[in-house]
Design a protein around this ligand. Structure first.
Ligand code: ZN
Length: 164
């Protein structure tokens, strides 16, 4: 049984104890009967606010306590335990500062990766230039072509061709 199913069972128990139908509870809580039905059958979890209202009108504190326990999680950035009041219940951070901290960390990771890729490409480029220059020399590791477009990046020493 999941926590959600246990919560729904607790709601059903509270309603039985009070002798209230979905319609009656809906009226007391200011919600729709289909909503109550969905909560009761664990098809949907009420928000914290709604759980508090249901807990209140049914005089069943356990409904709120269990719902709060389900919404309590550890912040993905600082590790502190917090109550996720979001309707989707998928909040990962205790506050906006922690959300920002995480975003900055992700951005930094991405920047580091980009730098590694750039460095790798630069090395590759240097290797290609060296290989090309080696191909066009007489095997003595000396460049003699001043107008070569690779001159600026060539690793080879340049020696002007003698007029002889
Ligand atoms: Zn945090």
């Amino acid at each position: 049984m999941t926590a959600g199913q246990r919560w729904a069972a607790e709601l059903a128990r509270a309603m039985r104890r009070r002798g209230w139908s979905n319609v009656r509870l809906a009226r007391e809580a200011g919600m729709s009967a289909p909503s109550i039905s969905a909560y009761r059958t664990a098809r949907q979890m009420p928000t914290l606010t709604r759980a508090a209202i249901l807990s209140d009108v049914l005089m069943w504190p356990d409904l709120l306590e269990r719902r709060v326990a389900m919404a309590t999680r550890d912040c993905a950035a600082c590790g502190r335990s917090f109550i996720d009041a979001g309707t989707k219940g998928n909040g990962r951070f205790c506050d906006s500062a922690c959300r920002w901290t995480n975003r900055t960390r992700l951005a930094r990771g991405k920047r580091d990766t980009m730098r590694q890729v750039t460095t790798r490409r630069l090395h590759l480029f240097e290797e290609r230039v060296a290989a090309m220059c080696a191909d066009y020399t007489l095997g003595d590791g000396v460049c003699r072509t001043e107008e070569c477009p690779l001159r600026a990046v060539s690793p080879l020493r340049f020696v002007r061709m003698s007029a002889a």
